[in-house]
Design a protein around this ligand. Structure first.
Ligand code: SF4
Ligand code: SF4
Length: 314
């Protein structure tokens, strides 16, 4: 079996949904769009985004001999229950911490390739280092960027199931393996504006980007300072993240449950009991939340969000 076919087959065996290959050439267009976004201060308090911006769009800065980028998507869709009297945890965060799970799978993929084709150089990225996963995913033919700024897979068939939508994580392998790049796929939002019309804070901009200053997801996941009052009121019961612009998207109208047990919703996250959480001590939080995406945010931060939600749902 040839290398590219092997990579895709093994990725699928590891549970990845759609895998694509991109070249490593630098394209100034998405970089310039990103610079304009920064100029408008839509990055809110994420000052770190302003450093070494080219790194996000030029994979060879991460691995000078890189010839290809392997982009893997992984379905994370699980129980979307939302009881307005409980706290809401974004669907992506209801299972185990994806950065650990996806990184493990990408490393496993590299090991399988090495066992078959010999040693090569690589670097793995899952939402932790400065690289624009979304730009590279589009280049690798996974999908297109929707108005809600997410990578939407238009339609994809795998092992007899049809998948479309945006409930997936992205993982990247920059490597010196020579692989034939895939072509970008066709796809568009057409006349749809559901996400723009449904966003509670008007955070979605006309050019398929987000004004983080207004975005609840930003404020509940990245904002290290106090959440402004006007955003806090709009948070309703959201403790971590906000899925509104995904849940209303017609591409997500028939979501398929994730195949990985580690992403299946934990009961205490799909029904987040605000009262019980506020009674919890920090050591108890550390024990119960250790392997979830909430752990990294820290006890005090999540407690602050829970107090906002308590006020909102009274
Ligand atoms: S995550 Fe929520 S607040 Fe942010 S753009 Fe989407 S709908 Fe708006
Ligand atoms: S809701 Fe409509 S406009 Fe928004 S991303 Fe989905 S298809 Fe595009």
């Amino acid at each position: 079996m040839e290398l590219k076919q092997f990579v895709k087959k093994e990725a699928s065996r590891l549970g990845f949904l759609k895998t694509g290959i991109a070249g490593t050439d630098y394209n100034p267009l998405p970089h310039n769009k990103f610079l304009n976004w920064l100029k408008s201060r839509y990055n809110a308090g994420m000052d770190y985004l302003e450093r070494e911006t080219r790194k996000r769009f030029d994979p060879r800065i991460h691995l000078p001999d890189a010839l290809s980028v392997i982009v893997c998507s992984h379905n994370y869709y699980t129980d979307p229950a939302n009881d307005p009297k409980s706290g809401y945890i974004s669907i992506y965060a209801r299972g185990e911490d994806y950065r650990i799970v996806i990184k493990d799978k990408l490393n496993d993929l590299c090991e399988r390739i090495m066992n078959k084709f010999g040693k090569f150089s690589f670097r793995v990225f899952v939402d932790t280092s400065p690289i624009s996963e979304k730009t590279i995913a589009v280049k690798a033919g996974l999908g297109f960027i929707g108005r809600n700024s997410l990578v939407i897979i238009p339609k994809f068939s795998l092992n007899g199931s049809i998948y479309k939508g945006s409930f997936h994580f992205l993982g990247i392998i920059v490597t010196d393996l020579r692989l034939e790049p895939d072509k970008p796929v066709e796809g568009t939002c057409g006349k749809c504006r559901r996400c723009i019309d449904s966003c509670p804070t008007g955070a979605i901009l006309e050019d398929c980007t987000i004004d983080a200053v207004k975005c609840i997801s930003y404020h509940t996941t990245h904002n290290r300072d106090e959440i402004p009052e006007d955003i806090a009121i709009k948070m309703a019961n959201m403790v971590l993240g906000c899925d509104i612009c995904q849940l209303v998207c017609p591409y997500n109208n028939k979501p398929v449950e994730t195949s990985d047990a580690r992403f299946i919703a934990k009961d205490f996250l799909s029904k987040f009991d605000i009262g019980a959480f506020l009674d919890m001590t920090e050591p108890q939080f550390n024990r119960q939340f250790r392997d979830t995406a909430l752990f990294e945010k820290g006890f005090e931060k999540i407690r602050g969000h829970a107090l906002i939600v308590l006020k909102n749902i009274k």
